[in-house]
Design a protein around this ligand. Structure first.
Ligand SMILES: Cc1cc2nc3c(=O)[nH]c(=O)nc-3n(C[C@H](O)[C@H](O)[C@H](O)COP(=O)(O)OP(=O)(O)OC[C@H]3O[C@@H](n4cnc5c(N)ncnc54)[C@H](O)[C@@H]3O)c2cc1C
Ligand SMILES: *[C@@H]1O[C@H](CO)[C@@H](O)[C@H](O)[C@H]1NC(C)=O
Ligand SMILES: *[C@@H]1O[C@H](CO)[C@@H](O)[C@H](O)[C@H]1NC(C)=O
Ligand SMILES: *[C@@H]1O[C@H](CO)[C@@H](O)[C@H](O)[C@H]1NC(C)=O
Ligand SMILES: *[C@@H]1O[C@H](CO)[C@@H](O)[C@H](O)[C@H]1NC(C)=O
Length: 504
């Protein structure tokens, strides 16, 4: 793969830059049909891979599609090996009504992972005691929950139901070829102005306004914000509500690992994959504008870095957050500065332990009484957001050899040896995955455009509404449609108001 990059980059592009345009033009037209559109995608996470899949569907077989990936295919869909098994280390759970993820799994020959039905017990821990512990009998569980949180829980489930129903409108919109230029456009298509407003205020404020009890927000709601985004109920309400979608239950993962969705989407897209880090994008001048993608070579023995042009493209899709420390892309020769994206990303550390949890530290005399999913409602002496059993990616009912759980701890900072020593009585193996995970949602959030410049697109704008596999897949398909509609001047399919078919 890298060889192909070198041959195109080193031989053609600098040649074009150095020699007169005539020579260059002749050289280029030998290389490819004049009509074939050339598209470069930066990043092969769920955003880049879903976008590539849809770009191929839309532009057809003649389009030249190149994907650049600096790390592993899947990005934040990743796995970790510990104790002889493989576990999800990044994005793990998917809502049953996330239709893009469902369609991918169905169409790519993948399947849902089995869910363990026994041996799981959830508990909510406030730093001193458990405010709630799941019972083995679900009816009792429900009764207990109901006793404690009354109608708030029902109300929340209903509200989340409406959120998901409204969210589902985007599938219809996209299936009809309509794309939006901005994240606001997508949110408007889903829930009207209300959803945009939800990115401007905090989750706690919104729930208070809707009459939820303080105790419910402090216990139930803070858990969702802490476990899903490592944040608090002062985070933005839209992302906060997305984090609450789990209360509906039925969450699933892909058998064998979520990241297979990305590799299979890429295969289907028939894109050429280059395992390189893109260091910059340069606007090309001329009668047919486009972009040069710049690849930085690894430093030489003197530590000098040189760069070369990897290719010239009509369309470029950036499928990674433009946040310092995540992706440091340089934009060159643009008439207007493409601003850097300063909003902070949130750090989440996942620590995997093959060992024994110190149930006594949580106030239990026996292992059997201690929950296997401890979700915390606030900051605590352990320094953790949660500690829970995690099952292998190939977990299968009736196959005991696939059912070994390890402990997975989420925290905002790496755990010290001292902290690990308090949490666990013994550890056979420990692995740490340190993520710059998702945006730090500090309302009001700035929602930006999917289009940074004509023909230059940015999928991850969508993460500033909420970061999740499905959200980014929505961004990926939207960006593919937007690029296609713009390229072919289909203006009636851009930012169009969508009226759902009236029901018969
Ligand atoms: C710990 C954790 C838990 C999560 N849990 C869930 C969950 O349970 N459910 C859920 O739906 N979501 C979850 N998420 C969020 C979810 O992972 C993200 O929203 C989603 O995966 C983002 O996908 P992406 O393709 O936009 O970005 P990424 O997956 O980050 O992909 C970007 C890719 O671009 C590559 N890249 C970056 N810079 C360059 C460059 N200069 N040149 C070439 N390549 C480059 C990177 O290597 C990377 O592979 C979680 C995230 C984390 C970190
Ligand atoms: C759902 O969408 C409708 C129509 O846009 C909107 O009026 C309503 O407020 C939304 N509901 C919620 C709970 O977001
Ligand atoms: C959204 O916020 C604006 C400005 O604060 C307000 O005027 C409008 O009524 C709100 N819309 C909805 C649907 O909540
Ligand atoms: C490479 O680095 C060395 C030492 O830092 C420096 O002297 C030299 O000029 C550099 N070479 C180039 C081509 O930049
Ligand atoms: C929320 O509150 C916590 C703790 O008080 C604080 O550290 C954090 O910065 C706040 N976040 C936002 C988005 O305001």
């Amino acid at each position: 793969m890298a060889l192909t990059v070198l041959s195109r980059g080193v031989l053609i592009a600098p040649f074009c830059l150095a020699l007169s345009r005539f020579v260059c033009y002749a050289k280029e037209s030998e290389q490819q049909a004049e009509s074939a559109v050339r598209i470069g995608v930066i990043g092969a996470g769920i955003g880049g891979s879903s976008c590539s899949f849809y770009l191929r569907q839309l532009f057809g077989k003649d389009a030249e599609l190149d994907v650049y990936e600096a790390g592993e295919i899947g990005g934040r869909l990743a796995t970790v090996s510990i104790g002889g098994h493989v576990y999800e280390s990044g994005a793990t759970v998917i809502h049953p009504k996330n239709m893009y993820m469902q369609r991918f799994v169905r169409d790519l020959g993948l399947k849902h992972k089995d869910r363990p039905t026994t041996g799981k017990k959830m508990g909510f821990y406030n730093g001193e005691e458990f405010v709630f512990i799941e019972s083995q009998w679900s009816v009792v569980t429900l009764a207990k929950m109901f006793w404690k949180y009354g109608f708030d829980l029902l109300k929340l489930r209903k509200a989340v139901g409406v959120l998901i129903e409204n969210f589902s409108r985007i599938y219809d919109v996209h299936d009809n070829g309509i794309a939006y230029t901005s994240v606001e456009g997508i949110l408007n298509a889903m829930g009207g102005r209300e959803y945009v407003n939800l990115t401007k205020v905090s989750l706690a404020e919104v729930l208070k306004e809707h009459g939820y009890a303080d105790e419910f927000v402090a216990d139930m709601v803070s858990i969702a914000a802490r476990v899903n985004y490592g944040q608090q109920t002062n985070m933005s309400a839209f992302a906060g509500e997305v984090s609450l979608a789990g209360v509906q239950g039925g969450l699933w993962s892909v058998h064998g690992g979520n990241k297979q969705v990305c590799s299979r989407l890429l295969e289907k897209s028939k894109a050429t994959l280059y395992k390189s880090t893109v260091s910059g994008i340069k606007l090309a001048k001329g009668d047919k504008p486009g972009y040069y993608l710049i690849i930085a070579e690894p430093p030489d023995k003197n530590g000098n870095i040189s760069a070369h042009v990897a290719g010239k493209y009509d369309i470029i899709v950036i499928a990674t957050p433009l946040h310092h420390g995540k992706t440091d892309l340089k934009f060159k020769s643009f008439p207007k500065e493409i601003t850097n994206f300063p909003d902070p990303f949130h750090r989440t550390v996942a620590t995997y332990v093959d060992g024994e949890l110190n149930f006594r530290a949580f106030g239990f005399d026996s292992k059997e009484d201690c929950p296997t999913e401890i979700l915390t409602t606030r900051d605590n002496k352990f320094g953790i957001n949660s500690v829970a059993h995690n099952y292998p990616v190939d977990y299968q009912k009736g196959k005991t050899e696939t059912q070994k759980p390890v402990w997975k701890v989420f925290s905002r900072e790496p755990l010290t040896d001292n902290q690990l020593g308090t949490l666990f009585t013994s550890r056979k193996e420990t692995k740490v995955v340190d993520w710059l995970a998702y945006p730090h949602y500090d309302p009001p959030d700035t929602l930006s455009s999917f289009e940074l410049h004509a023909g230059l697109y940015y999928i991850n704008s969508v993460e500033w509404a909420a970061s999740a596999m499905e959200m980014v897949a929505v961004g990926g398909r939207n960006t593919a449609l937007l690029a296609y509609n713009k390229y072919h001047g289909l203006n009636d399919k851009i930012d169009a108001k969508w009226k759902p078919k009236t029901e018969l």
